[in-house]
Write a new protein. Structure first.
Length: 177
């Protein structure tokens, strides 16, 4: 059996994501929940457990290291509008120039140059491959993964399926946390 999924045009999906995100951000009941909220391509809510203490620590270390090594705008929990709804990028890094394009958006419509996901035990390989594709399709130059062991994997838009030894934008970035 073959499944066919129809994908909306990018501008149509971005408009849907904007409307839905605005609704979700104004919902005070959702704001009180301890979950991370994302949406799918139909605007349906996806709730994920909050990050563990280990991931919270690694996230802060990654943010600080990005700021110290390459400057720009490292941000936690970036809401990114994608063709599959709104995804929360654990850590995003914007150059100052690109950040000016999204600075006043509630929902970022251009991906950070670097999108970093910190993996959790519940993540599947299929899910991570899908998110990497969404991030690259939204304009990311690099996608980094922080594995459960703390090891970093670097993927570049020129070879999105091949893990690299280092980042092109931050070659001095540590290989583990």
């Amino acid at each position: 059996m073959q499944m066919i999924v129809e994908i909306a045009e990018r501008q149509e999906q971005l408009a849907l994501n904007r409307r839905r995100w605005r609704d979700l951000m104004s919902d005070t009941a959702l704001a009180e929940l301890p979950f991370r909220i994302e949406t799918n391509a139909h605007g349906q809510i996806i709730m994920n457990p909050p990050p563990s203490g280990v991931n919270s620590y690694r996230q802060s270390q990654i943010l600080l290291t990005l700021r110290d090594l390459i400057g720009g705008q490292p941000l936690a929990e970036c809401p990114l509008s994608t063709l599959d709804g709104v995804k929360a990028v654990d850590v995003g890094w914007y150059s100052d120039q690109r950040f000016e394009l999204v600075r006043h958006q509630e929902l970022f419509e251009i991906a950070p140059e670097i999108c970093i996901d910190l993996l959790s035990p519940g993540n599947t390989a299929t899910e991570i491959t899908h998110k990497k594709k969404l991030y690259f399709d939204s304009g990311a130059s690099e996608v980094w993964l922080c594995l459960l062991t703390g090891a970093m994997e670097f993927y570049l838009d020129s070879q999105p399926e091949v893990s690299q030894r280092e980042s092109r934008l931050g070659p001095e970035f540590p290989s583990s946390f």
